[in-house]
Ligand binder design. Structure first.
Ligand SMILES: NC(=O)c1ccc[n+]([C@@H]2O[C@H](COP(=O)([O-])OP(=O)(O)OC[C@H]3O[C@@H](n4cnc5c(N)ncnc54)[C@H](OP(=O)(O)O)[C@@H]3O)[C@@H](O)[C@H]2O)c1
Length: 287
């Protein structure tokens, strides 16, 4: 089994380190800037030498750079400067948003670079190690890098898949839209419901229940078939009344923007006359 060192053994680093050890990987070094953190992490992983300086790193085949996103590029730079990584080694980070190219200074030293992003929340390592099985892991890098990361992800219990070259930003945008905007949509719908004088606890059940049911339908049927409501019915009168009722300008902007996307999703279910009328109502407002 290959050898792996972990640079930045926080929540994700500890969890993957432990899973790798359990899968038979040899954990060589466990590095944190704080020596106490490094010892704790090596203890949790159950393997590896605790170190706190990049210069102390021993040769390994794989290096997981699991420092916070904002520190990845600087750490890669520092690693390239100390020059302790063997040529041909593979260094990868676990950021969802950042490209493998954050590690570019290492590539210039003959080290292979990549990224492996598990779509999982590592809030607490002890819980994370038991819940990680089946997690989708997005891989990015050249062919030989992806093959090696695929083997690692599978050994950890994950389900790897590859991103197209340059696909990291679109990948992360999709996840952010699906997760963050769902929350925002819930908040906006509750705000509009409050305008109808609905009690907050009732509104939460009303809006939340419908969101849950709609998500279930969408996942079962696909977005186009799951779409219901006034836009896909071509009911411009109802849409106009909605816009009058929504007082808040930002909320009305969001309604119109999502409405235009809904219009596109409705496709041929709408006739041209209804589509034009709705497009007029949902057009962006100047200023
Ligand atoms: N947590 C998640 O749910 C999750 C999910 C998917 C992907 N990720 C990705 O995993 C990576 C690590 O995230 P995390 O949540 O595990 O972070 P974390 O818990 O904050 O751990 C970061 C680790 O890096 C070290 N560190 C902190 N600042 C550093 C710096 N400036 N230079 C060098 N080392 C530093 C810390 O120890 P010392 O302070 O002792 O050095 C610690 O061991 C990130 O790229 C993140 O995007 C995280």
């Amino acid at each position: 089994m290959p050898s792996l060192s972990i640079i930045g053994a926080g929540r994700l680093g500890r969890t993957l380190g432990r899973l790798a050890r359990d899968a038979g990987y040899t954990v060589v070094d466990v590095l944190c800037r704080d020596a106490v953190h490094a010892r704790d992490a090596a203890g949790f992983i159950g393997a590896g030498r605790a170190v706190s300086q990049l210069t102390q790193l021993a040769p390994a085949e794989l290096y997981l750079l699991a420092v916070p996103d904002a520190a990845i590029a600087d750490t890669a730079h520092a690693l390239a400067e100390v020059g302790v990584l063997p040529a041909g080694a593979l260094v990868f980070h676990a950021s969802g948003a950042g490209e493998a190219s954050l590690l570019a200074p290492l590539a210039e030293c003959g080290v292979r670079i990549g990224s492996l992003h598990p779509a999982f929340s590592f809030a607490e390592p002890a819980r994370a190690v038991t819940g990680f099985g089946g997690t989708l892991c997005a891989l990015e890098g050249e062919e030989s890098v992806c093959s090696e990361l695929e083997r690692l992800a599978e050994a950890l219990g994950g389900r790897p898949f590859r991103l197209a070259p340059g696909g990291k930003a679109a990948y992360h945008a999709a996840l952010s839209m699906a997760s963050n905007y769902l929350v925002t949509l819930n908040a906006l719908a509750l705000q509009v419901a409050a305008g109808a004088g609905i009690d907050a606890a009732v509104a939460s059940q009303l809006v939340g229940g419908l969101m849950r049911q709609t998500l279930d339908n969408t996942l079962a049927l696909g977005p186009a078939a799951a779409l219901t409501g006034p836009i896909v019915r071509g009911d411009a009168g109802t849409v106009a009344r909605h816009l009058t009722a929504i007082g808040d300008a930002l909320c009305a902007d969001a309604y119109r923007a999502m409405g235009r996307a809904t219009l596109r999703l409705a496709g041929e279910r709408l006739d041209e006359a209804a589509r034009e009328k709705l497009a007029g109502l949902l057009a962006p407002r100047a200023g």
